[in-house]
Design a binder for this molecule. Structure first.
Ligand SMILES: C[C@](O)(CO)[C@H](O)COP(=O)(O)OP(=O)(O)OC[C@H]1O[C@@H](n2ccc(N)nc2=O)[C@H](O)[C@@H]1O
Ligand SMILES: Nc1ncnc2c1ncn2[C@@H]1O[C@H](COP(=O)(O)OP(=O)(O)OP(=O)(O)O)[C@@H](O)[C@H]1O
Length: 292
């Protein structure tokens, strides 16, 4: 019986939920373009205590089933499914899973929802299937799905280099954010292939805390998407406004929940937004560590 599903169910949890948190890029510098088209960048990642909800249930067959808010993404393209299949193949696992998604994060909004879903899937199935891969091994699998997946696997706020996968953990003070999602969608690929993207910011010299920091995608996205320009302008009434990733979400930072809530309450009624606090450890990791 050793190693069988029956044996395992007697000892370990066979169903649990994890958050797939949002990330914000507190700055994003683009240092150059590599031959494969990917960009060398430097960016500061923080996690928010807010995200998609994923429930994982062990199956006795090898089937991977994804249910819930997946309607407009074909199964084969869904990063949750792709992550599960990647891990299953890599580990020759004989198990499968039912995965249910409650989608909270705006898609293509620069808050990394798809990448975070993929990372939480790798972390959860590694536990559910007893694969025992290290975080480093999971991150190496994850980067095949997206440049942002490794930071979610690493699970700590971090300064990233390379294409976003070389990580140095950092401790950031906890803040409250009001994140606004303009209705205009921004394609990450479109921004990274645009001839007008600023790609020549020099690499940081010395600690990032002592430098002028920006999002190099912001001027181009503002030009291409008037809604983003409008959102950044509107938020400026409250605090310095920034864009995350390649957009389109924009945010303002505060010390208190009250200040963030005040901005949300004043949002023009046809705009979407949310507030959340930042955390140094990804909520997915906090939840996973509580499961035995
Ligand atoms: C811009 C960021 O959001 C910052 O956090 C991410 O680096 C993007 O991460 P992601 O969405 O996981 O990116 P991927 O799915 O790997 O790539 C999406 C598109 O962005 C381009 N891309 C992405 C990351 C990077 N460092 N250079 C790039 O040129 C890729 O060529 C691809 O066309
Ligand atoms: N489970 C998923 N959740 C969200 N998007 C997914 C998922 N699976 C595949 N995708 C695809 O990935 C694309 C990018 O999604 P995502 O929400 O991660 O963008 P993003 O927030 O702009 O991320 P980034 O900041 O990493 O560029 C979507 O437009 C969608 O087509």
């Amino acid at each position: 019986m050793n190693g069988t599903l029956t044996n395992m169910t007697m000892h370990t949890m066979t169903s649990f939920s994890l958050l797939a948190p949002a990330k914000l890029n507190l700055f994003l510098h683009i240092n150059g373009r590599r031959e494969d088209g990917y960009h060398e960048l430097e960016t500061l990642f923080t996690f928010l205590n807010y995200g998609d909800q994923l429930t994982f249930t062990l199956s006795e067959t090898t089937e991977i089933e994804v249910t819930g808010d997946t309607s407009n993404i074909p199964l084969k393209d869904n990063l949750i499914y792709k992550a599960a299949v990647l891990l299953q193949k890599h580990t020759n696992s004989l198990f499968g899973a039912k995965i249910n998604l409650t989608k909270i994060l705006p898609m293509g909004g620069g808050v990394g929802g798809g990448s975070s879903d993929a990372a939480s899937t790798l972390l959860a199935l590694n536990k559910l299937w007893h694969c025992q891969l290290s975080l480093q091994e999971l991150a190496a699998l994850g980067v095949q799905l997206g440049a942002d997946v490794p930071v979610f696997i690493n699970g700590k706020s971090a300064l990233a280099q390379g294409i976003g996968e070389k990580l140095v953990n950092v401790e950031l003070p906890s803040k409250w954010y009001c994140v606004v999602h303009p209705s205009e969608h921004v394609s990450t690929a479109k921004i990274f292939t645009h001839p007008d993207l600023k790609r020549n910011t020099p690499k940081l010299k010395g600690p990032w805390q002592q430098q002028t920091l920006a999002n190099d995608c912001e001027p181009l996205v503002k030009k291409l998407c008037p809604e983003v320009e409008k959102t950044l302008q509107w938020l400026l009434k409250y605090a310095p406004s920034k864009m995350t990733g390649t957009g389109s979400c924009c945010f303002v930072e505060f010390a208190t929940q009250k200040e963030a809530q005040h901005v949300l309450e004043n949002l023009p009624h046809n705009w979407d937004g949310f507030i959340a606090s930042s955390v140094n450890i990804s909520p997915a990791h906090t939840q996973l560590n509580a499961i035995h």
